[in-house]
Design a protein around this ligand. Structure first.
Ligand code: C2E
Ligand code: MG
Ligand code: MG
Length: 740
């Protein structure tokens, strides 16, 4: 008995093993028949149930289950456990329908009923999905042996089992094939399969999309047809060597598309061999990485260049400067460093918008580049700031020459949308190793020199000198001390007379603020107004100037000398404070008639925030206050703005007056402004008039008023009083009083 059990167990386990391997023809093999299995299973109770369950677990076809079912009729409870352990087989819906039909026949078999057996065929067909079939058996009298099936019952079950097996196996194979085909066609990567000689046998759609070759183009062609010619012979030699020894190769390779374009791809090749290690195929899987490479290169470029102008940025500049230093050390030469800043760039941005500003920056960057050698570096540091590094310089004169060349060429070269523009640079220069020995120091020193260039009227260059370093230190302290200046009463005003060109009489004056610094002496407004504009101090300072000018002019007015006083307003004051209220307050407080106050605004007040500013100007004009436009010609106000704002006079900027006798363009601009003002019913006043020739030119051109060193510099309050006295040619008691 034990022997037989062991023998049967052995047969059973072998059967199970073979079934598990998918050897579905097992039933036809002579050494192991279905009956053998059934026989073996009859004694299963003698075998450890646990052991059997363990072995059955993992068998994945119902085929097996149905075979087992026949021998386990008395143990429905055990069977359902086995069923639970088995994965559910998936069937196509049409196969499931066949199964239902067969199961129905089993159901209706008399013999089942007469033996009180019931076989439950439970077929679940899920919506939109392949059917799932489970055959289960339930015995109404558990534990009672109900004997084997009759022949026709067994045949039916055999048929079911065979069908199930076939359906399942077929479905599995088809699914696998479908999946493989889908992957082959849908995968983004190109696939190319060759035979052992590298003749192309199969390619997918992505291959054709990437290379431009159809399957017909490449079938039976050698892989060589894709070569770009970019790699040396050794490259391919290495590739094939690795492929032969390791069985695969992956890396970047340049190939050629059908249209001739050469492109980079990431390629993985695998060698496929048979059991005897004979090469059957090579499978190549590749990805077009040209856009990735472009993005990589772009990122690398952007990390070192300014995106607008394409010039090296500060990081790359630092690198180039370092190289230039090394070369200079080797060859005993010098490195010149220029720090450039566009003059009045913010006017362009404010009045013409950022796109125009961008165009301007591109043009000037081209212009600078055209002034230097290829070996020199031009860099954009940000905003309107540029740097030039002149390597291998034998003499400092070279540096000056380049600075001058840039100044000249930029003044001729720039036009936006076919409109010529007046553009200039201020340039600061420093030299390695004379002034400094590292990048940061040179940058700082050149910046200091640049500041001096701006101070001395812009459109010029300055080379660094140690004296400049001193004034830079002073600038830093200005920042701190400005806070206390109002409280400590350190500001005072100077007054520059304005003259009528026909009669030579004083017709007004302009108030200029001065700062009496306890340590640095008198500081001009150009040094601290821009600092104040960065903070709320411009409000306080502007307010003080307004009140002080009104107060002083009221004294002169009371003394019998009634002339308008012009007060400079910063565009920041307009933008941030309620100017109409502040001006009215200053007038009320002083008692000065509004017609004796003139406010000097700049063109940017006209073009920026126009509607709000127009309202302020109109309110104050209605109140009787006068307006003029300072530095006229440097900004970009249109005729429309001028008309709408209807100011009293235009002040021609001193930069035009300076060269009016020598520069034809400037003379034309001055003439144009005067004529235009005339036609719009406005007066013109020229500022910065220093010579008799300028004065004569202006008179002849029709300018009505003058202001400048020629006729009178800015004066102290006492000097101004004296001038008024002289002009009046009489001693008024109140004016004499003001002198003391
Ligand atoms: P601005 O209003 O255009 O003033 C003209 C500047 O030219 C003044 O310099 C004046 O002293 C100077 N100047 C006058 N005649 C001549 C001349 O014949 N030749 C030359 N080369 N220069 C001459 P300042 O006083 O240094 O003022 C510079 C700028 O500072 C002013 O330009 C104005 O924009 C600003 N500023 C002056 N005072 C004030 C103020 O109280 N408030 C505000 N917001 N800005 C002020
Ligand atoms: Mg002014
Ligand atoms: Mg001015």
């Amino acid at each position: 008995m034990t022997e037989r059990i062991l023998k049967n167990t052995d047969i059973l386990l072998r059967a199970i093993e073979r079934l598990r391997r998918g050897d579905i023809d097992v039933v036809n093999e002579s050494d192991l028949t279905v009956n053998d299995i059934i026989e073996a299973l009859k004694d299963y109770r003698e075998i450890s149930e646990q052991y059997l369950k363990e072995r059955i677990k993992g068998m994945d076809t119902l085929y097996t289950v149905s075979k087992l079912t026949r021998s386990m009729l008395g143990r429905g409870d055990f069977l359902s456990e086995v069923m639970e352990a088995l994965p559910k087989a998936m069937l196509y819906p049409e196969d499931a329908r066949v199964m239902i039909r067969l199961a129905d026949q089993v159901y209706q078999s008399d013999s089942f009923v007469s033996k009180s057996q019931r076989l439950i065929a439970d077929i679940i067909t899920q919506e939109g999905f392949a059917g799932q079939i489970t055959l289960a058996y339930a015995n109404p009298h558990p534990g009672r042996d109900i004997g084997p099936f009759r022949q026709e019952e067994q045949d039916l079950l055999d048929e079911i089992a065979a069908m199930v097996s076939y359906f399942i196996e077929r479905q599995k194979t088809e699914e696998k094939l479908k999946l493989t085909t889908k992957v082959f066609e849908c995968i983004k990567e190109g696939i190319c399969i060759t035979d052992a000689n590298g003749q192309i046998q199969s390619v997918n759609q992505s291959f054709s999309q990437i290379t431009g070759y159809s399957f017909a183009d490449v079938y039976q062609q050698n892989l060589r047809m894709l070569k770009s010619g970019k790699h040396p012979q050794e490259f391919y030699l290495d590739l094939w060597t690795q492929l032969e020894t390791k069985g695969n190769w992956s890396g970047e390779i340049w190939n050629r598309r059908k249209n001739g374009e050469v492109y980079p791809e990431w390629l993985s090749i695998t060698k496929v061999t048979d059991d005897n290690d004979r090469v059957l195929n090579y499978i190549g899987l590749f990805m077009d990485i040209s856009s990735l490479k472009e993005a990589d290169e772009r990122i690398l470029f952007l990390a070192h260049h300014d995106p607008l102008t394409g010039l090296p940025n500060r990081t790359l500049l630092r690198d180039r400067v370092q190289q230039a230093f090394c070369q200079a050390d080797r060859e005993g030469t010098k490195v010149g460093f220029l720090y450039l800043d566009l003059d009045n760039f913010k006017y362009v941005n404010d009045s013409q918008g950022h796109p125009a500003g961008d165009k301007l920056l591109k043009q000037v960057s081209e212009c600078i580049r055209s002034c230097v050698r290829n070996s020199d570096t031009v860099s954009r540091l940000g905003g309107d700031e540029f740097a030039v590094v002149l390597s291998n310089m034998r003499s400092p004169f070279y540096l000056a020459g380049i600075a001058e060349k840039i100044l000249t060429s930029v003044s001729n070269a720039v036009s936006i949308d076919q409109q010529a523009m007046r553009v200039s640079f201020s340039i600061g220069a420093a030299i390695y190793p004379d002034d400094g020995e590292d990048f940061d120091t040179l940058l700082k020193l050149a910046d200091t020199a640049l500041y001096e260039a701006k101070e001395s009227g812009k459109n010029t260059y300055k080379c660094f000198t140690p004296v400049m370093a001193q004034s830079m230190l002073q600038r830093v302290s200005i920042d701190k001390d400005l806070l206390l200046a109002i409280k400590l009463n350190q500001f005072f005003l100077e007054y520059q007379p304005q003259f009528d060109i026909a009669s030579g009489k004083v017709i007004g004056m302009e108030a200029f603020i001065r700062w009496q610094h306890p340590k640095l002496g008198i500081i001009p407004p150009s040094r601290f107004i821009p600092v104040a504009e960065q903070s709320s101090l411009i409000g306080e300072i502007g307010d003080w100037v307004l009140r002080e000018s009104c107060r002083q002019n009221k004294i002169w007015h009371d003394a019998g000398y009634s002339l308008p006083i012009a007060v400079n307003l910063s565009p920041c004051q307009f933008a941030r404070y309620d100017m109409s209220r502040l001006v009215k307050e200053a007038l009320e407080l002083s008692g000065l008639p509004p017609s004796l106050l003139e406010l000097e605004i700049t063109e940017s007040v006209l073009s920026k925030n126009t509607e709000v500013n127009l309202k302020i100007v109109q309110t104050l004009r209605a109140h009787g206050v006068r307006f003029s436009i300072d530095d006229f010609g440097t900004g970009y106000s249109s005729m429309t703005y001028l008309q709408r704002f209807s100011v009293n006079r235009l002040k021609i900027d001193q930069s035009f007056i300076r060269d009016v006798m020598t520069n034809k363009d400037d003379a034309n601009i001055v003439t144009g402004i005067i004529k235009m003002a005339e036609s719009m019913g406005m007066n013109t006043i020229a500022e910065g008039v220093e010579t008799q020739e300028q004065c004569d030119f202006l008179r002849d051109t029709g300018c009505t008023e003058l202001q400048g060193f020629l006729l009178g510099p800015p004066l102290s309050q006492q000097e101004m009083t004296r001038l008024l006295l002289q002009q009046a040619n009489q001693t008024h008691p109140a004016i004499s009083q003001a002198i003391q």
